[in-house]
Design a protein around this ligand. Structure first.
Ligand SMILES: [Cu+2]
Length: 156
């Protein structure tokens, strides 16, 4: 008990003595906390920004699919003035896509990747069809005029 009693003032003095010197330490700790909070905030807002960018990307792909048109069971692509119209279509797997050559020259619709499909020659004023069974995104060109480019997206 006597040891405890005699120790108590020493402890309180120690604490009191340490207090002033500890304040900057506490402040430094507080600063670190603020910095950490700031970093966390930046990271969070960055994450949110990234997420909203992702959303924007989603919107972009949504508008891209709008360009490609609605998903249909039968696709129809016109060919006029050396252009596929529309240049991109989206169809369900198993769909038939018909190319209507309303142009002044013969054309084809020939996939560029691994011979997925080829209409062969479609004479001017005629049409040609292909059936797409495998889902995927297929770029195609005209075998006679490779600058003519189109895309067919096949979804399940
Ligand atoms: Cu052509």
């Amino acid at each position: 008990m006597t040891v405890w009693k005699s120790n108590l003032p020493e402890w309180s003095i120690l604490i009191r003595r340490r207090m002033p010197s500890d304040i900057p330490g506490v402040l430094r700790l507080f600063d670190r906390l603020l910095v950490a909070l700031g970093v966390a905030l930046v990271l969070t807002t960055g994450g949110v920004a990234l997420l909203s960018q992702k959303d924007g990307g989603g919107e972009q792909s949504a508008s891209a699919s709008q360009v490609e048109g609605p998903v249909s069971k039968e696709g129809r692509v016109g060919i006029k003035a050396f252009k596929y119209m529309p240049a991109a279509v989206t169809v369900k797997a198993g769909s038939k896509v018909t190319f209507v050559n309303d142009d002044t020259a013969d054309h084809t619709a020939t996939s560029t990747a691994g011979g997925a499909f080829d209409t062969d020659r479609i004479e001017k004023g005629k049409s040609g069809s292909i059936t797409l069974r495998k889902p995927g995104s297929f770029d195609y060109i005209c075998a006679y005029h490779p600058f003519m480019k189109g895309k067919i997206r096949v979804v399940r």
